[in-house]
Design a protein. Structure first.
Length: 140
């Protein structure tokens, strides 16, 4: 990750349907946008973006970098606040590779059984994509 160019912070919030996973001042946040990763610093231009499954990196004033996996959602950025509304979110350190691999295997088996149902197949393919993104995040 690139070094930040300012010591000015921006409030950041990451909210999932279950809870607020992060609410703190950050120097920079890197978000997996649908069209590619993007960084947000204080005084960022307003932006609304969908996000893809991936890792949100929080660069804290202490020098620590927190990593949070998100399964998709939206990012809302203005000059004074950055908010991520995530469909699902979990700290990367809490991801269990064995459990993810088991889920992925189950989704792949379900896909084989659902070839006649296009809607169900599309949902399963989306879940496979999320599981694959979780595996990649767990390796970080």
């Amino acid at each position: 990750m690139a070094e930040t160019f300012t010591n000015k912070t921006i409030p950041f919030e990451l909210v999932s349907p279950e809870r607020v996973l992060a609410s703190e001042e950050v120097l920079m946040v890197v978000i997996p946008g649908e069209a590619g990763d993007f960084g947000v610093l204080a005084d960022h231009a307003p932006l609304l973006s969908s996000i893809r499954p991936g890792v949100v990196f929080l660069h804290l004033p202490s020098g620590e970098i927190k990593k949070i996996f998100v399964a998709g959602g939206f990012a809302d950025v203005n000059g004074t606040l950055c908010t991520v509304l995530a469909e699902e979110a979990v700290n990367v350190a809490e991801l269990d590779r064995a459990q993810i691999e088991e889920s992925l295997k189950g989704f792949q088996e379900s896909l084989d059984l659902s070839k006649e149902d296009a809607v169900k197949s599309a949902y399963i393919l989306q879940q496979i994509g999320v599981a694959q993104a979780k595996l990649a995040a767990a390796a970080i």
